[in-house]
Design a protein around this ligand. Structure first.
Ligand SMILES: [Ca+2]
Ligand SMILES: [Ca+2]
Ligand SMILES: [Ca+2]
Length: 612
């Protein structure tokens, strides 16, 4: 008895000497949902909120909030609560629809996934729908803590509505504040003595709800970029080209490209085997990442352009093979360059030799999705004429040689994915959220007119109508259709890209399966980069969508990624690499494989020409 008392006292003594928790408070986000009645049930539609949650569970609106922590915060957040909010039981009864499954289609075969640990009946997870309890159990859910360079960020999910599927009652929560409390695990001074680095302060300011607190924690918060003198002295490399000495020697445009980027204000560095170690396949992948990890802070690297063979098995500048769905029986792996962007964690956290496993490697200390550098690549399959042509095209584009009104036209080609998913909703969403706010025009190719006013420019969506639409020329091209390594069905093919006019090169998001498969040198992503595109985003393996999705604002379906990338690229005028990774960070994580498969082919620092 005495012993137990002594132990208890010791615990109390230790607890008393731990630093007290500090709090971050932000106002609870507002939400005004509209209830829509559909044959399948009720949906809550709220602007700025995600409308699709975990497949089979009640589809309640939610929003992810990003809270900046001090750099010395314990990643194990102490508590997360709502303070001073009001719960209101809404009158009436509701039949809230479940979230749809995630789907991919390969060779006409549809694969549906509901996720682990569920009991699905008629599209509903009965483990939730049969319980006389409110779902979710709390308004706030802690998602994760991650690091973007030296910045430490907590992501929390807010559900303003909770639903009891048995009593069919809805509770709405509003007002008050979100309170996150945390402890610190070292002194602030000790952390800030490490490499001073204010890079990405602009991204953190836009992403987090409490950036005003940053200056008290981050000594470099007020110096978002290196000074001109630092750049001139060559101590900083904010644009790194990582490639092989053979590629440097064989290209006739390499030095011109470096000079061009220097003239654009970048401090350009070059890393070949002598710097990063060389090799092929996975050996090379590990050496590339080790080199970037060791240098991104000290050199101040912002952009990384990879040039080499991307094949993860035999490539000389390979993608890393990731295993986002390793516990599934099919479509388990994904070659990816994301491995070279998020450099803070160990992507094989459980140490089993399989990197990027969705269910094992995504905890703190592993994959955190926040990039340290912005990565793009130019695939190289041995043809120097192609490489030189692509480098020259990028230089011409960025130098303004390609300017004209066509830059401000957006081509939208949408093919139905299935009976429930006509695709045109994505075209209209990109038109309204990206093109119209930028003052841009659109050329739309849909399967039908769908009573739209004004109607689409071309129907139906076929190779011939798309080909005719490309004659109108556009600065951007977004599509959604089924695909394979060389085909985007009824949109274009690797062969057909040869008819595109490179005097009008586009930024593309290829919302399809497999178009960017790095093992195939004729993959459609690379074919487009060679002719038709100045930069393109394509999937290295299958990508996944939600059947019937009509709202794309906050989801990581392939269409949701295309939408958010379009908004950042077109409306916000971000460089394509920044648009790509900001999109990857901001969308909620539900379909990890989509984050791995979509990769950027092109110069990541390139933005659209804004001249006349
Ligand atoms: Ca693993
Ligand atoms: Ca594992
Ligand atoms: Ca990171």
């Amino acid at each position: 008895m005495l012993n137990r008392y002594a132990i208890l006292l010791a615990v109390v003594f230790l607890a008393a000497h731990k630093l007290p928790a500090a709090e971050i408070c932000i106002p609870t986000p507002e939400c005004n949902a509209v209830v829509e009645t559909e044959p399948e049930g009720h949906s809550l539609i709220a602007s700025g909120y995600s409308q699709i949650g975990s497949p089979g569970d009640p589809a309640l609106p939610f929003k992810d909030l990003f809270l900046l922590l001090p750099p010395n915060a314990d990643p194990n957040v102490a508590s997360l609560t709502l303070r001073g909010s009001t719960d209101k039981l809404l009158p009436g009864q509701y039949n809230i629809s479940p979230a749809p499954p995630v789907v991919t289609v390969v060779d006409g075969k549809e694969i549906r996934e509901w996720g682990e640990g569920k009991q699905i009946e008629n599209g509903k997870n009965m483990l939730v729908y049969s319980k006389n309890e409110y779902f979710p159990s709390a308004n706030l859910q802690f998602i994760d803590v991650g690091n973007m360079r030296n910045w430490r960020i907590a992501r929390v999910r807010y559900y303003p509505y909770r639903y009891n599927p048995v009593t069919r009652q809805l509770v709405f929560t509003s007002g008050g504040e979100v309170v996150l409390s945390y402890r610190t695990i070292s002194s602030l001074a000790a952390v800030n003595k490490s490499v001073p680095d204010g890079l990405f302060a602009d991204k953190i300011a836009a992403l987090t709800s409490n950036y005003a607190q940053a200056s008290q924690w981050y000594s470099t918060a007020q110096q978002p970029n290196r000074t001109t003198s630092q750049l001139a002295s060559g101590t900083v490399t904010n644009y790194l080209i990582l490639t092989t000495s053979a590629i440097v020697a064989g290209s006739t445009k390499f030095q011109a490209f470096i000079n061009h980027k220097i003239n654009r204000g970048f401090s350009v560095g070059l890393a070949t085997e002598a710097q990063w170690g060389g090799g092929t396949g996975d050996v090379a992948a590990e050496r590339i990442r080790s080199y970037l990890r060791a240098n991104y802070l000290t050199k101040g690297i912002r952009y990384v352009l990879l040039i080499g063979n991307p094949d993860p098995s035999v490539g000389d500048v390979p993608m890393k093979m990731l295993w986002p769905r390793r516990s599934s029986s099919i479509y388990r792996e994904a070659p990816s360059d994301y491995y070279y962007a998020d450099l803070t964690g160990n992507w094989d956290l459980d140490g089993d030799g399989f990197y990027g496993e969705g269910d094992h490697d995504l905890r703190y200390g592993g994959v955190d999705r926040y990039p340290e550098v912005i990565v793009g690549r130019i695939p190289f399959y041995g043809n120097f004429a192609d490489l030189d042509y692509i480098l020259q095209k990028i230089m011409d584009y960025e130098a303004g040689g390609c300017g004209g009104p066509w830059v401000r036209n957006v081509l939208l080609t949408m093919k139905p994915s299935d009976t429930y998913t006509p695709g045109y909703h994505l075209g209209e969403a990109i038109k309204n959220a990206a093109a119209v706010p930028a003052g841009f025009s659109t050329t739309r190719v849909y399967e039908q007119t769908y009573n739209l006013n004004p109607p689409p420019d071309f129907t139906p969506c076929t190779y011939d109508t798309v080909s005719a639409a490309t004659q109108q020329h556009a600065g951007f091209w977004f599509w959604w259709t089924h695909g394979n390594e060389t085909v985007a069905a009824d949109v274009t093919t690797s062969t057909r890209t040869q008819t595109l006019d490179d005097r009008y090169p586009v930024f593309t998001f290829q919302c399809s399966c497999l178009n960017g498969t790095p093992e195939n040198s004729n993959n459609l992503g690379y074919a487009l980069l060679k002719r038709g595109a100045v930069a393109t985003n394509s999937a290295t393996r299958v990508s996944w969508y939600y059947p019937g999705q009509v709202d794309f604002t906050n989801t990581d379906s392939n269409a949701g990624m295309a939408y958010r990338y379009a908004v950042k690229l077109v409306r916000d005028h971000k460089p394509c690499g920044d648009a790509h990774f900001e999109m990857m960070v901001e969308v909620p994580l539900d379909i990890w494989m989509n984050h791995c498969v979509f990769n950027l082919y092109g110069d990541p620092s390139l933005a659209y020409a804004s001249g006349p």
